[in-house]
Design a protein around this ligand. Structure first.
Ligand SMILES: [Zn+2]
Length: 139
């Protein structure tokens, strides 16, 4: 009996640690995502800010001048690299979230049958008790 309890606590600990790891990883990924976004803002404020052809300022996240239509290849490459990094982090975040969801489903699947079983047991015991104590009185 003690052995079983020990194993259960070990399993529970491992489960909690895995959940914590995933949550930690998610936090890191969100931070990385924010860093990428701030880099994007930095790119818009430094580097290639104005159109080399007409001098008008580029709009955020755009490599094409909205006034004369000039496309800055350098700016385009930088933005594309940032977008690719962002996409990578986004898909990683989704993966981690799915993993966490699956993990959290496990105790639910274990707890529900256990609870139903316990309810049935209690109900049967109660009926048995009532029959035993009140049965002779009714009959
Ligand atoms: Zn321009």
């Amino acid at each position: 009996m003690n052995d079983d309890k020990f194993k259960l606590s070990e399993v529970l600990q491992a489960f909690i640690f895995t959940c914590k790891d995933i949550v930690y990883e998610l936090k890191n990924l969100r931070k990385t995502n924010e860093n990428i976004k701030s880099k994007e803002i930095n790119l818009a404020t430094s580097g290639i800010v104005n159109c080399p052809k007409c001098g008008a300022p580029f709009e955020d996240n755009l490599s094409k001048c909205s006034y004369c239509g000039y496309v800055s290849i350098e700016r385009d490459k930088m933005l594309e690299r940032l977008r690719a990094a962002e996409r990578g982090v986004d898909s990683q975040i989704k993966q981690e979230q799915n993993q966490l969801k699956k993990l959290l489903m496990i105790p639910l699947f274990i707890a529900i049958p256990l609870l139903v079983g316990l309810c049935c047991f209690v109900l049967i015991e109660l009926i048995g008790f009532i029959l035993l104590t009140c049965g002779p009185l009714i009959m």
